[in-house]
Design a protein around this ligand. Sequence first.
Ligand code: CMX
Length: 133
Amino acid sequence: MIKKVDHIGIAVNNLQTALEFYEGILGIKCTGQERVEEQKVTTAFLPLGDTELELLESTDPTGPVARFIEKRGEGLHHIALQVDNIEAVLEKMKAAGVRLLDETPRGGAGGTKIAFLHPKASGGVLLELTERP
Ligand code: CMX
């Protein structure tokens, strides 16, 4: 059902400052940035091996990343798991009684379809399901 870790999301106050470390010091090349209105974030993608890091800067103080940073500070925000058929996976989870934040997929960066599970369902880690186009 799950193919691999698609990406790891890291909430940051400022993308440029974070990139000075991730690109400048670690040398992981950023291949693009995208503003995702629905999630109230701008993301920067840093492919790394078979997966990637996704830096997330909030574009709105009411958005999920802004609220996360306000409560917990910058840090690991979510792990995204890649699936082939997100609707089928969501149906299976619904049938199993898993607590979902999204019962139907939403639009994510790069034309992906995404859906989140509640962190209480998965050992305190916010999990995202991602289906790539
Ligand atoms: N990781 C782990 N736990 C988290 C969390 C996170 N990122 N965010 C919140 N929590 C925990 C809180 O600590 C809290 O736990 P306790 O009850 O033990 O204190 C619980 O989840 C509920 O959190 P809350 O603060 O009451 O609720 P919020 O209003 O902050 O909402 C969440 C939290 C996860 C439901 C909300 O952020 C959400 O719907 N997220 C999904 C969308 C999203 O995160 N989008 C940004 C990324 C977009 C992208 O990748 O493109």
